[in-house]
Design a binder for this molecule. Structure first.
Ligand code: ZN
Length: 241
């Protein structure tokens, strides 16, 4: 079974389509939240995920878009994008978002947006935070997003935590040691590589493989400008920041 794992799509349909084209046929699509926010096409992204039978969890931008008090935690640009999203979100898309759980266990994988300790807000960055979350992991593989950085943390046989920052084509074996994997962001990468980032989990080969996919950033930026979304959010896409 080959599974596409995506996170932080952030209403960027052009990036999502490029990822889907690039990874070829998959048996399932799992998402790790922040389906909306920042970008210009929330309804189209949700309907595309629905058409693919995508399953996943809710992120901080999703809960804020649904009207949660979380919106107070965002900076002004992010908040403006969330308020714009609230204004255009169609009822069916809203209902789909509202049904996303905070956590999901699918076979030997646990899915959250932030971390196992705090699924909505914690940024899983650094060995100490990773160690605490590896202790909470009850499956072989923990999949999380939120940071917009592709990463993998693994508990080694000596108990230490090792980490990598995967690039295009990086592969990690799924073995007996527990691993926390972040696919990076489809819609707004922040590791200075503006290409969309995604992960393919191959349960047959027992491999996790990261992919970076170029997409038409200008098309997404044009749509953002048309909708009056903040200029800083438009510009950061081409910088990968
Ligand atoms: Zn995000």
């Amino acid at each position: 079974m080959r599974i596409l794992v995506i996170a932080d799509v952030h209403s960027n349909l052009v990036a999502l389509e490029a990822v889907l084209d690039s990874v070829g046929s998959v048996d399932a699509v799992w998402h790790l939240g922040d389906v909306v926010g920042y970008g210009p096409e929330p309804n189209a992204v949700i309907s595309r995920l629905r058409s693919l039978g995508g399953v996943g969890v809710r992120g901080n931008h999703d809960v804020a878009t649904l009207g949660g008090p979380e919106i107070r935690e965002f900076n002004s640009d992010a908040r403006r994008a969330i308020e714009w999203t609230q204004g255009v979100l169609e009822p069916a898309a809203r209902a789909w978002l509202a049904e996303l759980p905070e956590r999901l266990t699918l076979g030997e994988c646990s899915l959250v947006h932030g971390s196992l300790r705090d699924p909505i807000w914690e940024y899983l960055v650094g060995d100490r935070v990773a160690a605490a979350n590896l202790d909470l992991l009850t499956t072989t593989c923990g999949l999380h997003g939120h940071t917009h950085f592709p990463t993998a943390y693994r508990r080694e046989t000596d108990g230490q935590v090792s980490s990598i920052s995967p690039s295009d084509g990086t592969m990690v074996k799924l073995g007996d040691r527990r691993v926390l994997a972040n696919p990076g962001s489809v819609g707004q990468p922040r590791d200075r590589d503006p290409r969309a980032s995604a992960l393919v989990v191959d349960l047959g080969k027992r491999e996790l493989t990261w992919h970076r996919v170029a997409y038409d950033i200008g098309a997404t930026q044009d749509a953002m400008r048309r909708h009056g979304l903040p200029a800083r959010l438009v510009e950061r896409l081409q910088l990968g920041l």
